[in-house]
Design a protein around this ligand. Structure first.
Ligand code: HEC
Length: 177
């Protein structure tokens, strides 16, 4: 049986080899045409055109599109590049802000002299006078008496970096982001 099978099997092997060689030659010819062609006159241009104009839109129609995440500009506008909210929280504790303000996440910050800062990120204004945006909030924290000369909130001599870190922490409070 094995003897009878052998010629059959070897014929098939020859056919496969021949097909492989032919396929190789076909690819080589295509590559040569492509390589030798004038770059301005790409022989494969019609293929690309069909791909681009017909196949891509067709595939696109049936491929489930990733749901678009609308950019949350409100949240983005509260980003303070390079600021460290964890350090800000620590600075808020060290500077005694909690003696006048109630501030979630800061130990013993239960003061009621100034506004409660729970959900502060959702507030539209700082102290009712400045837009609640990173630059204005930072400026308020550094020099409240410049913005509101009669305010009870003292200038605490914060550096800009300290104020930015504190602002970054205050923007974690509430649902604005
Ligand atoms: C002596 C009390 C006192 C201290 C200390 C104090 N604040 Fe204030 N703060 C106030 C008062 C009063 C206001 C309200 C100001 C106004 O409306 O004129 C205020 C306003 C604010 C506001 C604006 C709040 C809003 O709802 O618009 C922020 C933010 C703030 N303080 C953060 C801080 C931080 C951070 C510190 C610590 C670095 C601090 N405060 C220290 C009394 C204080």
């Amino acid at each position: 049986m094995a003897v009878e099978d052998r010629p059959h099997r070897s014929r098939r092997a020859t056919a496969i080899t021949a097909l492989t060689v032919l396929a190789g030659i076909a690819v080589a010819v295509l590559v040569a045409i492509w390589a030798l062609a004038d770059p301005d006159d790409d022989p494969l241009a019609p293929v690309y055109a069909v791909w681009q104009d017909d196949l891509v839109p067709l595939i696109g129609r049936y491929w489930p599109a990733a749901p678009r995440q609308p950019l949350n500009w409100e949240a983005q506008s509260l980003d303070i590049p390079g600021a460290d909210p964890a350090r800000g929280r620590q600075l808020i504790a060290e500077n005694g802000c909690g003696s006048c303000h109630t501030i979630p996440g800061v130990a013993n910050a239960r003061g009621s002299v100034g506004p409660n800062l729970t959900d502060f990120a959702e507030r539209a204004y700082v102290a009712g006078i400045l837009p609640n945006r990173p630059g204005d909030l930072t400026s308020w924290l550094m020099q409240p008496t410049v913005h509101a000369p009669d305010t009870a909130m003292p200038d605490l001599g914060l550096t800009e970096d300290e104020a930015r870190d504190m602002a970054a922490y205050l923007y974690t409070l509430g649902d604005a982001r």
